[in-house]
Design a protein around this ligand. Structure first.
Ligand SMILES: [Zn+2]
Length: 276
């Protein structure tokens, strides 16, 4: 069995594709009896060299740690952080990302086994489903660090609210960030429905309806760019609604153990602008 780590090692050395093709028989048939003899032999020679190089690479890969061999003493539960510390971490992580960097190392099997015993994410991200705004990447975070709720338009349904309350109440997350992004298509659709009576139906209309109040609010301010203003208004509105949507969230905020803030990710620069 080829482990993920092994595969990554092989990918890094550019060998995985030919090696897998070879293993799966997708390459030239390894029959040296065909009439295309010379070409086939040359191909086979190359494959053999690739295979040898792959074997050499795999031989250097450390064997998988046995998750069962991890003693409880080796488990390091993350320290509880305050809402401001959590916010600072996200800002710092985004600063690294927006400079084109990353501090993320794929988790070891030991760490994965550790995480199977429980999670303590330091922030909840309520984000848009947009493929360009992956929270873990944007905030330079690893497995187990963010609890993510994503719907196009960064809105929150009852089920989404339950997910947020669960993360705050049971996992101890001290921070909720409602994250929108520039050029959000869901907000753009809501703008079209509100201003051009665009014809949306069924599920798509249901998706944009919760965004319409933010569009109307933004419209009153006569912005130069209505879609951009509506995007920023929408995340502010969702955050404001969350603050009073649930008793547990309200209680934690009153005790200073939870902050709920809004933010907007700029697709072009990679920078997240926080409203707090
Ligand atoms: Zn979006």
């Amino acid at each position: 069995m080829v482990s993920r780590r092994m595969l990554l090692g092989a990918l890094a050395s550019g060998l995985a594709a030919p090696a897998l093709a070879w293993a799966e028989g997708d390459g030239p048939t390894p029959s040296v009896l065909t009439r295309k003899g010379r070409r086939t032999r040359r191909a086979l020679k190359t494959q053999a060299a690739d295979k040898a190089a792959l074997d050499k690479t795999l031989a250097q890969v450390k064997p998988l740690e046995d998750p069962d061999a991890v003693e409880p003493a080796e488990v390091h539960p993350p320290q509880a952080v305050s809402p401001d510390e959590a916010l600072g971490r996200l800002k710092q992580g985004n600063a690294i990302f927006a400079r084109g960097g990353s501090s993320i190392v794929l988790p070891s099997m030991v760490r994965i086994a550790e995480l199977s015993r429980g999670q303590k994410p330091f922030a909840v991200i309520v984000g848009c489903s947009d493929s360009r705004v992956g929270p873990e990447l944007v905030f330079d975070c690893n497995l187990g660090e963010l609890f993510v709720v994503r719907v196009a338009g960064s809105t929150v349904s009852q089920e989404g609210l339950g997910s947020i309350v669960y993360a705050v109440e049971h996992l101890g997350a001290p921070l909720v960030v409602v994250l929108g992004h520039t050029k959000c298509g869901a907000v753009g659709a809501a703008v079209d429905v509100a201003t051009k009576h665009a014809d949306l139906h069924g599920s798509l209309l249901n998706m944009v309806l919760p965004i319409i109040p933010a569009v109307l609010e933004a419209q009153e301010k006569h912005p130069a760019d209505l879609q951009d203003a509506a995007i920023r208004q929408n995340v502010r509105d969702v955050a404001a609604r969350l603050k009073v949507a649930d008793g547990t969230l309200a209680e934690k905020q009153a005790e200073g153990r939870l902050k709920i803030v809004s933010a907007t990710y700029d697709l072009a620069s990679g920078v997240v602008a926080f409203d707090a």
